[in-house]
Design a protein around this ligand. Structure first.
Ligand code: C5P
Length: 225
């Protein structure tokens, strides 16, 4: 399971990323680069992480008209990374064009952010409940030919997962502090619920001893088997 645990490198720059990478080395295999780090360092950080042999999920959450998203993804595809994502809210045409623009990279559709709760969804005039929205967005992403979705591990209880489809779930907490995440789950429970990959960020990136956290995580995976 550790190889399906994606560490969110939510750092401000390459220097702080390197400090973290020097500590964890090959104890992690899969990393996520988000907007902050990519906007700050661009391709430099991708090249650095590729040199270290990490699998990379570029979490840019694209959401624009189909042509713009398609052209942007053609550029991203040249990076030869594992995963990139778009918002399912961009609609079927955007999803399909996005998928057709990639040949080297798996495309994930972001469904409902794990920081959203029902109140916020209602404020956006989305009248269905979160579970139904995620289910509908899942079906749309699948129909458009994407490789998987990003959702909360809690959402996976509400529909049947498809064989070979990726279910990447952030909002994971081994310990107590939820930060701004509202729909959270423990790592092992998330895998048991059908996650193919989980995303862990601040719980590992903000501690003094990330290797200690990884030991605790491995124990957690083994203990509940
Ligand atoms: O620190 P934490 O473990 O909460 O980090 C979660 C990571 O997953 C962040 O990088 C965040 O941008 C990302 N993410 C998320 N919810 C989504 C998609 C991505 O929290 N629906």
């Amino acid at each position: 399971m550790i190889n399906k645990t994606i560490v969110a490198l939510d750092f401000p720059d390459l220097e702080s990323t390197k400090k973290f990478v020097d500590k964890v080395g090959s104890e992690i295999e899969f990393v996520k680069v988000g907007m902050q780090l990519f906007y700050s360092e661009g391709y430099k950080v991708i090249e650095y992480l590729k040199d270290k042999n990490y699998k990379i999920f570029l979490d840019l959450k694209l959401h624009d008209i189909p042509t713009t998203v398609s052209k942007s993804l053609k550029v991203i595809d040249k990076l030869n990374i594992e995963m990139v994502n778009v918002h399912v809210l961009g609609g079927y045409e955007m999803l399909k064009r996005a998928q057709e623009s990639l040949s080297n990279t798996s495309l994930l559709g972001v469904t409902v952010l794990t920081s959203h709760d029902q109140k916020e969804i209602s404020e956006l005039s989305l009248t269905k409940d979160i579970a139904s929205l995620v289910c509908d967005y899942h079906d749309l992403a699948y129909k458009a030919g994407l490789s998987g979705i990003v959702c909360s591990a809690q959402d996976l209880e509400h529909f049947s997962v498809k064989e070979g489809f990726f279910y990447v779930t952030p909002g994971i907490r081994l310990n107590q502090n939820h930060d701004d995440q509202k729909r959270v789950m423990k790592p092992r429970d998330a895998f048991d619920n059908g996650s193919t990959h989980i995303v862990i960020g601040r719980e590992i990136t903000t501690v003094q001893d990330p290797l200690g956290f990884l030991d605790q995580l491995k124990e957690h995976y083994e203990r509940d088997c």
